[in-house]
Design a protein around this ligand. Structure first.
Ligand code: F6P
Length: 344
């Protein structure tokens, strides 16, 4: 078969490991010809490609980023986008396309399959871990590890200076990274988009620690966290050209509010894209490899309009329509019954 591969949306550690696994099994087991599309859907529309084979992927397993390049955006944003995608399939005699992406790219994949009947298989990717239908996305574990390492380092400087450190992690709509890194890093409070926070309650936790003689604290904030109505000024939302809300900076607002209300010296750290960069953890390398192998198997099962998902330890295809238009919130049981036990 002639099989195309693209990576879409924000990059994420493990993308190259997925591509490597698809190519390895595709070439050596199925005798497939693998073609990489550059820069996500733009490469499909403009027919910008690179040949992918086992030898060209040597050394890619531990490399972060994506060798194919990635963009946000969709063929639906272009006047002739759908015709261009259809023409690429026809003229390049493509038998299948594997789309490795997050919620945005997977919904484009689902719609193209629905509207044009294209033979597409998806692979769920995002450090945010917010794709519905799979127990975990690759890249999440690496982001949590990076955030935890940062929190560990912040503890020692916070303790030396008797300071509160407010650490902002990624997570536009869900608090997965914040909750996991906050538990792993021993946070005093974890603020997530799923649970609007009351700044006075956060300050009360910090005062309580001071009364017990603990002068250093770490507050972990997901970038999408919002205050409860009427408790603190929110922020103006800024959107990128694709209509995604661009966040970042909530930690600064919170740090000022804490210092103002408690008088405790407070600093903030915004981890930003450091969480998406660099080498994937061993867990993500294994998960990415499993997803890649399952994706090329799904192509040969002709599981069109489906994505590979991890469910109770097994990787298997599920309909893309189950995931489209939804965001997977953090496990609130984990938040309330485990994380909150250690607040304060
Ligand atoms: O890919 C998801 C994500 O990392 C979000 O956590 C974050 O809000 C967003 O991407 C940042 O996007 P960009 O790289 O386009 O600024």
């Amino acid at each position: 078969m002639r099989v195309g591969i693209l990576t879409g949306g924000g990059d994420c550690p493990g993308l190259n490991a997925v591509i490597r696994a698809i190519v390895r099994k595709g070439e050596l087991v199925y005798n497939d010809e693998l073609i990489g599309f550059l820069d996500a859907w733009d490469g499909v529309r403009e027919r910008r490609t690179m040949k992918l084979d086992v030898s060209s992927l040597r050394g890619m397993l531990p490399r972060g980023g994506t060798l194919l390049g990635t963009r946000r955006g969709s063929p639906y944003d272009h006047e002739h986008g759908l015709e261009e995608v259809q023409a690429t399939f026809r003229d390049m005699a493509l038998d299948a396309l594997i789309v490795i992406g997050g919620n945005g790219s997977l919904s484009v994949a689902c719609n193209l399959h629905r509207d044009l009947g294209l033979p597409i298989v998806g692979v769920p990717k995002t450090i945010d871990n917010d794709v519905v239908g799979t127990d975990v996305t690759f890249g999440f574990n690496t982001a949590v590890q990076i955030a935890t390492d940062a929190i560990d380092r912040l503890h020692t400087t916070a303790e030396s200076h008797d300071r509160v450190m407010v650490v902002e992690v990624m997570g536009r709509h869900s608090g997965w990274i914040a909750t996991h890194a906050g538990i792993a890093g021993g946070a005093t409070a974890i603020l997530i988009p799923e649970q609007p926070f009351d700044i006075d309650e956060v300050c009360a936790l910090l005062r309580g620690r001071h009364e017990r003689g603990r002068y250093a604290s770490i507050v972990v904030v997901a970038e999408g966290a919002e205050p409860k109505d009427g408790t603190m000024a929110g922020r103006d939302k800024v959107y990128d050209q694709f209509g995604h809300v661009r966040l970042g900076g909530m930690a600064e607002t919170i740090a000022h509010a804490i210092e103002e209300r408690t008088g405790f010296e407070t600093r903030m750290v915004l981890l930003g894209h450091i969480q998406r960069g660099g080498t994937p953890t061993a867990f993500d390398r294994v998960l990415s490899t499993r997803y890649g192998v399952a994706a090329i198997d799904a192509v040969h099962m002709e599981a069109w309009g489906q994505m590979v998902a991890l469910r109770a330890g097994e990787v298997l295809p599920i309909p893309l329509s189950e995931t489209v238009g939804k965001t997977r919130p953090v496990d609130m049981h984990l938040y309330h019954e485990v994380a909150e036990v250690f607040f304060g």
